[in-house]
Ligand binder design. Structure first.
Ligand code: AR6
Length: 177
């Protein structure tokens, strides 16, 4: 597995988010919170039906927001379901919505006393957000959050394929030179 340690609190790995042992993993969900394909499908398959049962009681989630459930059969104790924006060219507030769903996920983690969290590359699959731009937004948002919130000890980005891994590694050099 490829791994790049970027700062004492942030790392990038290439791999499968469902196998992470962080306190929480983040799901790239849709606003129904009732499952889907991509990373969402993988998390529900690996975590079992208890996660969907909890999701049904949450009443959905707006883009830019996030909600938490337990982790079912996953190693992670919690899943934070974040809803990223569908990319529509970049001038419809997508960057702001993407930043908000990362920030909300981190806030929820802090509210629950969690110290380690793993993110996928939200919005860059079915929602078609260009991965290089999304990587910059994600890393900048996490960096700003960690500067004011020391409770989080580790943020791990789990990138599924090599292209995403390289996009995040490049963005990292810009943001944490
Ligand atoms: N671990 C880590 N990353 C993964 C995994 C995995 N197991 N599987 C896929 N990815 P997507 P979105 C990567 O489409 O763009 C769903 O149907 C994938 O390669 O999962 O936010 C939801 O229900 C890509 O880089 O999420 C929504 O309807 C990244 O995860 C919609 O898709 C995100 O791709 C959300 O679309």
């Amino acid at each position: 597995m490829k791994r790049a340690v970027l700062s004492s609190q942030v790392e990038l790995v290439q791999g499968d988010i469902t196998r992470q042992d962080t306190d929480a993993i983040v799901n790239a969900a849709n606003s129904s919170l009732l499952g889907g394909g991509g990373v969402d499908g993988a998390i529900h398959r690996a975590g079992g039906p208890a996660i969907l049962e909890e999701c049904r009681r949450l009443g959905g989630c707006a883009a830019g927001d996030a909600k938490i459930t337990t982790g079912g059969n996953l190693k992670a104790r919690y899943v934070i379901h974040a809803v990223g924006p569908v990319y529509r060219g970049g001038s419809s507030g997508e960057a702001d919505l993407l930043a908000r769903c990362y920030r909300r996920s981190l806030e929820i983690a802090v509210e629950h006393g969690l110290r380690t969290i793993a993110f996928p590359s939200i919005s860059t699959g079915a929602y078609r957000y260009p991965v290089r731009e999304a990587a910059r937004v994600a890393l900048r948002t996490v960096k700003e959050f960690l500067e004011t919130q020391p409770a989080i000890q580790l943020v791990r980005f789990v990138l599924f394929d090599e292209t995403a891994f390289h996009a995040y590694a490049e963005a990292m050099e810009e943001i944490w030179p």
